[in-house]
Design a protein around this ligand. Structure first.
Ligand code: MF3
Ligand code: CO
Ligand code: CO
Length: 259
């Protein structure tokens, strides 16, 4: 079993999906302010995805039990898959990962997430977010045909651990296309040269989850929310990429980014 190699038509479809997913993160930025609830952020994203982009939010009703919202919002010690709710307002100093996946009318998925800082945050929050983003960027930097999945995991693990952080093991990046989660699994740790070889035409996500404390996680009783066992901070950044003949094309690039 291995990755689906995308056709020229698939690639065009994935470029559109990636661009639209990125647009959602650009749109929601100004709303992430003290006092807003994650439930409100979910509603704004849902309406934008459905009404402005003419897409479907992939998380809604995904999996078992069905995920009940249209985006994931993971605050502070939540590692991933946080469920938006109206119960708690974001406050100054919080960090929240917003993870957006859209399905275009042609059936292609674009999956991307970033950290947002609520008001001014402390230096530890700032540093964890920055190092985690650097982990993603360093991984994207080395992608080209001929490297292996283990090479990607290795650069992420090296950078995280060199900065005294740990890499979450239970969740990983994934192939993506007409399917939300396709082969291969893209681990965020590993050994150089190990694992499947990367070839042009693959599309997959890289989405490192990096913890300030230990790497262990715990799944809450809602069967979705993943937290750090020690309740210390966690951060995540995600892009969907296409492997080209010479490197990587970042399909979910935002205008604030230059690749
Ligand atoms: N967007 C997540 C990912 O990066 C998956 C979320 S699944 C959900 O793979 F059901 F929780 F939304
Ligand atoms: Co993903
Ligand atoms: Co995602």
């Amino acid at each position: 079993m291995s990755a689906i190699i995308k056709t020229a038509e698939d690639i065009e479809g994935m470029r559109e999906a990636g661009r639209l997913a990125a647009q959602v993160l650009e749109m929601i930025g100004p709303y992430v302010k003290p006092g807003v609830t994650t439930g409100e952020l979910d509603k704004i994203c849902h309406n934008y995805i459905v009404n402005e982009l003419n897409c479907v939010p992939a998380p809604l009703n995904y999996g078992q039990p069905p995920f009940p919202r249209s985006i994931c919002t993971s605050v502070n010690h939540v590692v991933c898959h946080g469920i938006p709710d109206d119960g708690r307002q974001l406050k100054k100093g919080d960090a929240v990962n917003i993870d957006v996946t859209v399905i275009t009318p042609k059936g292609y998925h674009g999956d991307t997430s970033k950290m947002f800082h609520v008001g001014k945050v402390g230096p530890h929050v700032e540093r964890l977010s920055r190092i985690t983003q650097e982990c993603l960027y360093k991984a994207i930097d080395i992608v080209k045909p001929g490297i292996t999945l283990g090479d990607i995991g290795h650069v992420i693990q090296e950078h995280a651990e060199a900065n005294f952080y740990s890499v979450v093991r239970e969740y990983c990046g994934h192939g993506i296309g007409k399917g939300f989660h396709e082969e291969p699994q893209v681990l965020h740790y590993g050994k150089p040269g190990s694992g499947e070889k990367i070839v042009a035409g693959m599309t997959f996500t890289i989405e490192p989850m990096i913890n300030a404390g230990g790497r262990q996680t715990k799944l809450l009783g809602d069967h979705w929310t993943v937290i750090t066992k020690d309740r210390k901070l966690s951060a995540q950044w995600e892009h969907t990429i296409l492997v080209t003949e010479t490197g990587a094309e970042v399909l979910t690039k935002r205008s604030e980014e230059s690749f």
